[in-house]
Design a protein around this ligand. Structure first.
Ligand SMILES: Nc1ncnc2c1ncn2[C@@H]1O[C@H](COP(=O)(O)OP(=O)(O)O)[C@@H](O)[C@H]1O
Ligand SMILES: [Mg+2]
Length: 337
Protein backbone atom coordinates (compact mmCIF):
# COMPACT_ATOMS: atom_id res chain seq x y z
CA UNK A 1 0.00 0.00 0.00
CA UNK A 2 2.87 2.38 0.72
CA UNK A 3 4.62 3.92 -2.28
CA UNK A 4 8.25 3.02 -2.78
CA UNK A 5 9.60 6.41 -1.79
CA UNK A 6 8.06 6.18 1.67
CA UNK A 7 9.68 2.79 2.18
CA UNK A 8 12.95 4.20 0.94
CA UNK A 9 12.79 7.08 3.39
CA UNK A 10 11.87 4.76 6.18
CA UNK A 11 14.97 2.72 5.46
CA UNK A 12 17.14 5.84 5.54
CA UNK A 13 15.48 6.98 8.72
CA UNK A 14 15.95 3.65 10.46
CA UNK A 15 19.63 3.61 9.55
CA UNK A 16 20.26 7.21 10.66
CA UNK A 17 18.39 6.79 13.91
CA UNK A 18 21.03 4.35 15.10
CA UNK A 19 23.64 7.11 15.10
CA UNK A 20 24.59 8.73 18.38
CA UNK A 21 24.34 12.45 19.11
CA UNK A 22 27.85 13.07 20.54
CA UNK A 23 26.72 15.61 23.15
CA UNK A 24 23.91 13.69 24.79
CA UNK A 25 25.16 10.21 23.86
CA UNK A 26 21.59 9.34 22.90
CA UNK A 27 20.61 7.82 19.58
CA UNK A 28 19.00 10.07 17.00
CA UNK A 29 15.94 7.89 17.48
CA UNK A 30 15.77 8.86 21.15
CA UNK A 31 16.38 12.54 20.44
CA UNK A 32 14.08 12.54 17.38
CA UNK A 33 17.03 14.18 15.68
CA UNK A 34 16.24 13.06 12.12
CA UNK A 35 14.06 16.00 11.12
CA UNK A 36 13.81 15.76 7.39
CA UNK A 37 14.64 13.31 4.61
CA UNK A 38 14.14 13.68 0.91
CA UNK A 39 15.56 11.74 -1.98
CA UNK A 40 16.13 13.70 -5.16
CA UNK A 41 14.40 12.64 -8.29
CA UNK A 42 17.37 10.93 -9.82
CA UNK A 43 17.24 8.78 -6.65
CA UNK A 44 20.90 9.35 -6.06
CA UNK A 45 21.17 12.23 -3.66
CA UNK A 46 19.69 12.39 -0.18
CA UNK A 47 18.83 15.69 1.57
CA UNK A 48 18.71 15.71 5.33
CA UNK A 49 18.03 17.97 8.25
CA UNK A 50 19.60 16.60 11.38
CA UNK A 51 19.03 18.20 14.76
CA UNK A 52 21.74 17.92 17.38
CA UNK A 53 22.07 18.90 21.02
CA UNK A 54 25.01 21.18 20.15
CA UNK A 55 26.53 21.97 16.77
CA UNK A 56 30.14 23.00 17.09
CA UNK A 57 32.39 22.33 14.11
CA UNK A 58 34.04 19.20 15.54
CA UNK A 59 30.65 17.64 16.21
CA UNK A 60 29.36 18.60 12.78
CA UNK A 61 32.38 17.05 11.11
CA UNK A 62 32.06 13.85 13.09
CA UNK A 63 28.35 13.54 12.32
CA UNK A 64 28.88 14.39 8.67
CA UNK A 65 31.38 11.54 8.37
CA UNK A 66 29.08 9.06 10.10
CA UNK A 67 26.05 10.08 8.10
CA UNK A 68 28.00 9.94 4.84
CA UNK A 69 29.07 6.41 5.69
CA UNK A 70 25.47 5.34 6.27
CA UNK A 71 24.08 7.03 3.16
CA UNK A 72 26.89 6.45 0.70
CA UNK A 73 28.53 3.22 1.79
CA UNK A 74 25.77 1.29 3.55
CA UNK A 75 22.82 2.50 1.48
CA UNK A 76 24.75 3.19 -1.74
CA UNK A 77 23.47 6.65 -2.62
CA UNK A 78 25.85 8.84 -4.60
CA UNK A 79 25.58 11.96 -2.52
CA UNK A 80 24.17 13.50 0.63
CA UNK A 81 23.41 17.09 1.64
CA UNK A 82 23.07 17.74 5.33
CA UNK A 83 21.75 20.75 7.21
CA UNK A 84 22.32 20.72 10.93
CA UNK A 85 20.15 22.53 13.37
CA UNK A 86 19.80 22.76 17.12
CA UNK A 87 17.57 20.21 18.75
CA UNK A 88 16.05 22.46 21.34
CA UNK A 89 14.42 25.35 19.64
CA UNK A 90 12.56 26.47 22.73
CA UNK A 91 10.81 29.16 20.73
CA UNK A 92 9.15 26.70 18.37
CA UNK A 93 5.54 25.60 18.74
CA UNK A 94 6.83 22.06 18.94
CA UNK A 95 8.58 22.83 22.23
CA UNK A 96 5.65 24.51 23.93
CA UNK A 97 4.49 23.39 27.30
CA UNK A 98 0.86 23.93 26.55
CA UNK A 99 -0.41 20.86 24.76
CA UNK A 100 -1.40 21.67 21.23
CA UNK A 101 -3.68 19.48 19.20
CA UNK A 102 -2.68 18.86 15.63
CA UNK A 103 -5.23 17.75 13.10
CA UNK A 104 -4.06 16.84 9.61
CA UNK A 105 -6.73 16.93 6.93
CA UNK A 106 -5.95 14.33 4.29
CA UNK A 107 -7.57 12.97 1.15
CA UNK A 108 -6.68 10.58 -1.61
CA UNK A 109 -7.24 13.10 -4.35
CA UNK A 110 -7.79 16.80 -4.84
CA UNK A 111 -11.13 18.49 -5.27
CA UNK A 112 -12.99 16.52 -2.62
CA UNK A 113 -13.30 19.54 -0.33
CA UNK A 114 -10.32 19.02 1.95
CA UNK A 115 -9.49 22.72 2.21
CA UNK A 116 -13.14 23.72 2.57
CA UNK A 117 -13.47 21.27 5.45
CA UNK A 118 -10.20 22.48 7.03
CA UNK A 119 -11.37 26.10 6.91
CA UNK A 120 -14.90 25.54 8.19
CA UNK A 121 -13.71 23.18 10.91
CA UNK A 122 -11.27 25.89 12.04
CA UNK A 123 -14.14 28.40 12.24
CA UNK A 124 -16.29 25.93 14.16
CA UNK A 125 -13.57 25.14 16.70
CA UNK A 126 -13.02 28.86 17.15
CA UNK A 127 -16.73 29.35 17.62
CA UNK A 128 -16.52 26.83 20.45
CA UNK A 129 -13.90 28.96 22.16
CA UNK A 130 -10.68 27.46 20.85
CA UNK A 131 -7.79 29.40 19.40
CA UNK A 132 -7.02 27.88 16.03
CA UNK A 133 -4.34 28.12 13.37
CA UNK A 134 -4.27 26.68 9.88
CA UNK A 135 -1.09 25.55 8.18
CA UNK A 136 -1.74 25.24 4.48
CA UNK A 137 0.79 22.58 3.53
CA UNK A 138 -0.78 21.69 0.20
CA UNK A 139 2.25 22.95 -1.66
CA UNK A 140 0.99 22.53 -5.20
CA UNK A 141 -2.72 23.01 -4.65
CA UNK A 142 -2.84 25.64 -1.97
CA UNK A 143 -6.31 27.15 -1.58
CA UNK A 144 -6.63 28.37 1.99
CA UNK A 145 -5.74 31.97 1.03
CA UNK A 146 -8.48 31.94 -1.61
CA UNK A 147 -11.03 30.47 0.78
CA UNK A 148 -10.30 33.25 3.27
CA UNK A 149 -10.20 35.95 0.53
CA UNK A 150 -6.62 36.80 1.38
CA UNK A 151 -4.26 38.79 -0.68
CA UNK A 152 -1.24 36.62 -1.45
CA UNK A 153 1.76 38.46 -0.06
CA UNK A 154 4.82 37.71 1.95
CA UNK A 155 4.14 37.84 5.69
CA UNK A 156 6.07 40.32 7.80
CA UNK A 157 8.78 39.22 10.19
CA UNK A 158 9.27 40.49 13.73
CA UNK A 159 12.53 41.76 15.23
CA UNK A 160 13.68 38.16 15.84
CA UNK A 161 12.99 37.25 12.22
CA UNK A 162 9.99 35.18 13.18
CA UNK A 163 7.28 35.11 10.56
CA UNK A 164 4.08 36.80 11.68
CA UNK A 165 1.06 34.78 10.49
CA UNK A 166 -1.98 36.50 9.03
CA UNK A 167 -5.21 36.46 10.99
CA UNK A 168 -8.54 36.13 9.21
CA UNK A 169 -11.85 35.62 11.03
CA UNK A 170 -9.86 34.99 14.20
CA UNK A 171 -7.88 32.14 12.61
CA UNK A 172 -4.10 32.41 12.29
CA UNK A 173 -3.06 31.37 8.82
CA UNK A 174 0.18 30.52 7.12
CA UNK A 175 0.32 29.10 3.61
CA UNK A 176 2.97 27.85 1.26
CA UNK A 177 1.38 30.13 -1.32
CA UNK A 178 2.62 33.24 0.51
CA UNK A 179 6.18 32.18 -0.19
CA UNK A 180 5.83 31.12 -3.80
CA UNK A 181 5.50 34.44 -5.57
CA UNK A 182 8.04 35.47 -8.16
CA UNK A 183 9.47 38.18 -5.96
CA UNK A 184 9.89 35.74 -3.10
CA UNK A 185 13.43 35.90 -1.75
CA UNK A 186 15.54 33.14 -3.17
CA UNK A 187 16.05 31.51 0.20
CA UNK A 188 12.43 30.40 0.21
CA UNK A 189 12.40 28.84 -3.21
CA UNK A 190 13.86 25.69 -4.68
CA UNK A 191 15.29 23.42 -2.04
CA UNK A 192 13.62 25.47 0.68
CA UNK A 193 10.25 24.33 -0.57
CA UNK A 194 10.79 20.95 0.98
CA UNK A 195 11.80 22.54 4.22
CA UNK A 196 8.97 25.00 4.30
CA UNK A 197 7.08 22.90 6.78
CA UNK A 198 9.99 23.06 9.19
CA UNK A 199 9.83 26.81 8.98
CA UNK A 200 6.12 26.79 9.61
CA UNK A 201 6.71 24.97 12.86
CA UNK A 202 9.95 26.61 13.97
CA UNK A 203 9.91 30.11 12.62
CA UNK A 204 6.34 31.37 12.79
CA UNK A 205 5.25 33.53 15.69
CA UNK A 206 2.00 31.75 16.51
CA UNK A 207 -0.21 32.98 19.31
CA UNK A 208 0.93 31.87 22.77
CA UNK A 209 -2.46 30.38 23.61
CA UNK A 210 -3.00 28.36 20.48
CA UNK A 211 -5.17 25.26 21.08
CA UNK A 212 -5.49 23.65 17.64
CA UNK A 213 -3.36 23.56 14.55
CA UNK A 214 -5.15 22.30 11.48
CA UNK A 215 -2.84 21.17 8.70
CA UNK A 216 -4.27 21.12 5.19
CA UNK A 217 -2.21 18.29 3.68
CA UNK A 218 -1.56 17.71 -0.01
CA UNK A 219 -3.71 14.95 -1.52
CA UNK A 220 -2.22 11.50 -1.75
CA UNK A 221 0.39 9.72 0.27
CA UNK A 222 3.62 11.47 -0.58
CA UNK A 223 6.44 13.50 0.88
CA UNK A 224 4.61 15.92 3.08
CA UNK A 225 2.90 13.16 5.02
CA UNK A 226 6.23 11.75 6.02
CA UNK A 227 7.55 15.21 6.90
CA UNK A 228 4.57 15.75 9.15
CA UNK A 229 5.23 12.43 10.78
CA UNK A 230 8.77 13.58 11.62
CA UNK A 231 7.78 16.96 12.91
CA UNK A 232 4.58 16.06 14.71
CA UNK A 233 4.13 12.34 15.26
CA UNK A 234 1.18 13.15 17.52
CA UNK A 235 -0.72 14.69 14.61
CA UNK A 236 -4.08 13.00 14.24
CA UNK A 237 -5.64 12.59 10.83
CA UNK A 238 -9.07 13.32 9.44
CA UNK A 239 -9.74 11.70 6.08
CA UNK A 240 -12.01 13.52 3.62
CA UNK A 241 -13.71 11.69 0.79
CA UNK A 242 -16.74 12.05 -1.44
CA UNK A 243 -19.43 9.36 -1.58
CA UNK A 244 -18.18 8.12 -4.93
CA UNK A 245 -16.37 4.79 -5.10
CA UNK A 246 -13.38 6.15 -7.04
CA UNK A 247 -12.74 8.82 -4.42
CA UNK A 248 -13.15 6.35 -1.59
CA UNK A 249 -10.64 3.98 -3.15
CA UNK A 250 -7.83 6.55 -3.09
CA UNK A 251 -8.95 7.87 0.29
CA UNK A 252 -8.41 4.40 1.71
CA UNK A 253 -4.85 4.48 0.37
CA UNK A 254 -4.20 7.84 2.04
CA UNK A 255 -5.61 6.39 5.24
CA UNK A 256 -3.36 3.36 5.12
CA UNK A 257 -0.35 5.60 4.53
CA UNK A 258 -1.29 7.63 7.62
CA UNK A 259 -1.64 4.44 9.61
CA UNK A 260 1.66 3.13 8.36
CA UNK A 261 3.24 6.36 9.58
CA UNK A 262 1.63 5.61 12.96
CA UNK A 263 -0.73 8.55 12.94
CA UNK A 264 -3.98 7.89 14.63
CA UNK A 265 -6.98 8.44 12.43
CA UNK A 266 -9.76 10.44 14.05
CA UNK A 267 -12.35 9.46 11.49
CA UNK A 268 -13.73 9.95 8.02
CA UNK A 269 -15.68 12.93 6.71
CA UNK A 270 -17.85 12.34 3.69
CA UNK A 271 -18.16 15.61 1.82
CA UNK A 272 -20.74 16.38 -0.92
CA UNK A 273 -22.75 13.50 0.56
CA UNK A 274 -26.10 14.54 -0.80
CA UNK A 275 -28.10 17.48 -2.04
CA UNK A 276 -31.06 18.43 0.06
CA UNK A 277 -34.17 19.41 -1.88
CA UNK A 278 -37.53 19.84 -0.18
CA UNK A 279 -36.36 17.63 2.69
CA UNK A 280 -35.35 14.95 0.20
CA UNK A 281 -31.71 13.85 0.23
CA UNK A 282 -30.49 13.33 -3.32
CA UNK A 283 -27.19 11.42 -3.62
CA UNK A 284 -25.77 13.29 -6.61
CA UNK A 285 -22.25 11.91 -6.32
CA UNK A 286 -23.20 8.37 -5.38
CA UNK A 287 -23.53 6.79 -1.99
CA UNK A 288 -21.58 4.90 0.60
CA UNK A 289 -18.00 6.07 -0.05
CA UNK A 290 -17.50 7.45 3.45
CA UNK A 291 -18.73 4.29 5.13
CA UNK A 292 -16.51 2.11 2.93
CA UNK A 293 -13.43 4.16 3.80
CA UNK A 294 -14.26 4.17 7.52
CA UNK A 295 -14.81 0.41 7.56
CA UNK A 296 -11.62 -0.35 5.68
CA UNK A 297 -9.62 1.82 8.05
CA UNK A 298 -11.53 0.50 11.07
CA UNK A 299 -12.56 3.98 12.08
CA UNK A 300 -15.85 5.90 12.09
CA UNK A 301 -17.68 8.01 9.58
CA UNK A 302 -17.96 11.08 11.80
CA UNK A 303 -19.67 13.60 9.52
CA UNK A 304 -21.59 13.81 6.29
CA UNK A 305 -21.59 17.23 4.72
CA UNK A 306 -24.16 17.97 2.03
CA UNK A 307 -23.59 19.79 -1.22
CA UNK A 308 -24.40 23.43 -0.67
CA UNK A 309 -23.34 27.04 -0.78
CA UNK A 310 -23.13 29.38 2.21
CA UNK A 311 -26.30 31.48 2.56
CA UNK A 312 -24.24 34.61 3.16
CA UNK A 313 -23.09 34.59 -0.45
CA UNK A 314 -19.52 33.80 0.56
CA UNK A 315 -18.05 31.11 -1.71
CA UNK A 316 -16.79 28.73 0.98
CA UNK A 317 -17.25 29.80 4.59
CA UNK A 318 -20.47 28.93 6.37
CA UNK A 319 -22.10 30.87 9.19
CA UNK A 320 -22.50 28.70 12.21
CA UNK A 321 -26.26 29.14 12.44
CA UNK A 322 -27.04 27.77 8.98
CA UNK A 323 -27.59 24.08 8.38
CA UNK A 324 -24.11 23.16 7.10
CA UNK A 325 -22.52 25.40 9.73
CA UNK A 326 -24.34 23.41 12.40
CA UNK A 327 -22.89 20.21 10.94
CA UNK A 328 -19.39 21.69 11.24
CA UNK A 329 -20.13 22.71 14.82
CA UNK A 330 -21.20 19.14 15.55
CA UNK A 331 -17.97 17.86 14.04
CA UNK A 332 -15.92 20.33 16.10
CA UNK A 333 -17.80 19.25 19.21
CA UNK A 334 -16.95 15.62 18.51
CA UNK A 335 -13.27 16.54 18.23
CA UNK A 336 -13.35 18.38 21.54
CA UNK A 337 -14.67 15.23 23.18
N1 LIG B 1 -20.02 20.43 0.35
C1 LIG B 1 -19.77 21.14 -0.75
N2 LIG B 1 -20.76 21.58 -1.53
C2 LIG B 1 -20.50 22.28 -2.65
N3 LIG B 1 -19.28 22.61 -3.08
C3 LIG B 1 -18.24 22.20 -2.35
C4 LIG B 1 -18.42 21.45 -1.15
N4 LIG B 1 -17.19 21.18 -0.63
C5 LIG B 1 -16.29 21.75 -1.47
N5 LIG B 1 -16.91 22.36 -2.49
C6 LIG B 1 -16.27 23.07 -3.62
O1 LIG B 1 -15.47 22.12 -4.32
C7 LIG B 1 -14.26 22.71 -4.77
C8 LIG B 1 -13.08 21.94 -4.24
O2 LIG B 1 -13.01 22.11 -2.83
P1 LIG B 1 -11.63 22.25 -2.06
O3 LIG B 1 -11.95 22.42 -0.61
O4 LIG B 1 -10.76 23.27 -2.68
O5 LIG B 1 -11.05 20.79 -2.32
P2 LIG B 1 -9.60 20.16 -2.07
O6 LIG B 1 -8.94 20.98 -1.00
O7 LIG B 1 -9.88 18.77 -1.64
O8 LIG B 1 -8.89 20.22 -3.37
C9 LIG B 1 -14.32 24.16 -4.31
O9 LIG B 1 -14.79 24.95 -5.36
C10 LIG B 1 -15.31 24.14 -3.18
O10 LIG B 1 -15.96 25.38 -3.00
MG1 LIG C 1 -7.21 22.13 -1.15
Amino acid sequence: MIPGDIMEKQQIQDALEKLIDPTSQKTLKETKGVKYISVEEDKKTVNLIIALETIEDTIKHKMTREIAKVIKIDLKYHGVKIDFELLKRTDSILAREKKLKYIGIASGKGGVGKSTVAANLALALNRLGKRVAIIDADIYGSSIPTIFDMEVRLPKADENEKIIPFTERNIEIISTEFFMKEDTPLMWRGPMLGKMLNHFFYDVKWHDDLDYVIVDLPPGTGDVAIDIQKLIPECEILIVTTPHASASHVAVKAGFAAKELKHSIIGVIENMSYYKHDDQLIPIFGEGGGKIVADKLTTDLIAQIPIGQPQSGHHSLFDMHEEIGVIYLGLANKLLR
